[in-house]
Each structure stands twice: as structure tokens, then as C-alpha cells.
Design a protein around this ligand. Sequence first.
Ligand code: ATP
Length: 230
Amino acid sequence: MEAIRVENLEKRYGDKTALNGVSLQAPSGLITAILGPNGAGKTTLIRIITTLIFPDKGNVFLFGEDPFKEKKVFNRIGYVQELPNLPPFLSGRELLELSARLKSVPKEDVKRVLEMVGMTENANKKIAKYSKGMIQRIALAEAFLGNPEILIMDEPNVGTDPILNLRMRDILNEMVKNGTTIVMTSHELEEVKKLADKVFLIYRGKVFFEGTTEELILRFIGVRVILETD
Ligand code: ATP
């Protein structure tokens, strides 16, 4: 069964169309990427999937359930926002312990997720003192708490942290092995090539391509060859 299924999503902001009939599915146990340039509609799509905003039309299903009606389904999801804004007066560990309590996850899981993102040594420093890469790591660790069944990452920006960038595929594979389905957005083909199994390319609120990363690369090379020989 697909972990996520969206059907014909439409969303307008005033006279601006952000999504113009997007349908996609994220199969269980894979890493699916939503690739597209800035303004393609990726964040709007993620905000609808996580029910932060309503679509004008269309449906969302998480494990076959409509999250706008079945709020309980959210206990099964971890979400990393684009450019996370974390409370500066807490330490990374305090934030994770608070979050674990809110999610009813055992406190011991904080140690595990800190290790996963390589933040054990810096866990007691205040978030105000963290670099952008460290903030990203703690935001990821928070989403990893309790091994969610679906992990949704909006532009994880791992490129800003070279070590995390190198380890990200291993970290995500470890999550997949523990039963998590992963969906991420990105505007970088290189990042998607490295991290994802399946890709949806969206542009101006529509899906232009769906396939494996290999198929995407072949298609792009094909397009380039046609353009160059035209
Ligand atoms: P980025 O990578 O820059 O975040 P994106 O692919 O996530 O881009 P969205 O943020 O979903 O794209 O934006 C899709 C379109 O909708 C863009 O043209 C954007 O300007 C517009 N848009 C997004 N949010 C709003 C809003 N709150 N009000 C008006 N227009 C919006």
C-alpha cells in the first residue's frame, strides 16, 4: 500500500495558481523525492499533506486515511520544515526531551536520535549558539524521534552541512530499515540522485515526470541531446 497518496490537488493564492492538479503516490519503504525549481509548488504540496493548509480541490490519504478527518494519523508522522525555526533559549537536548514528552516517546530515544545526527557532543549547548547545519541536524533528530512511519522533509538543505551531506543516505537507509517511508522535497537534482529511489518532477504546479532517479537522468540526458542536436 502507498504510505501517501494525493489526488488532483489544486491550490490558488489569490490569482496565483500554486498547484494545478497534482497527483502522486509515495510507496511504503522507499525514499521519494519531489523535485522542482523554486516556486514549483513543493512547499504548498507538503503543507497540504501535513494539513497545515487546505487544498481548493483534491484529496490526501495517509495509509489510506484522510488526515483532514482522521487527526490520529499524525502520531505516525515526522515532519521537518524548510528552514526550521527552533527556540534559541533551549539546548538541543532540552528541545528533544520536550518533544519526546509531547509525542509520548520514551526519553531514552533522545540519545539514539542525537547519535544518528552526530549531535551528542553539542547537545547541551543553547540552540542560539548553533550553526545552520546544527539547527538542521536537531530538526532532523526531532523528526526521527519514535521512528515515525512516514518522515516528511521539506528541502532538508543537507548541502549546508558537508558531513551530514555525506552521511545522509546512510541515516535515511537506517530509517527505511526500521520501517519508515520517506518523502522529501528538493530543488537540486544532485541531492535527489544521491538520496531518493523515486522522483516526481513538478513545475508550475504540475507533475512533469514520475519514475526512478535513473530514469529521470536518462530522460534529462535525452532532452539535452535533442536540444543540442536540434
Ligand atoms: P520554494 O522552493 O521557493 O519554497 P516551492 O516549490 O516550495 O518553492 P511554493 O512555496 O509552494 O513553491 O510556492 C508555489 C507558488 O505559490 C509560488 O509562485 C509562490 O510565490 C506562491 N505562494 C506560495 N505561498 C503563497 C502565499 N502564502 N501567498 C501567495 N502566494 C504564495
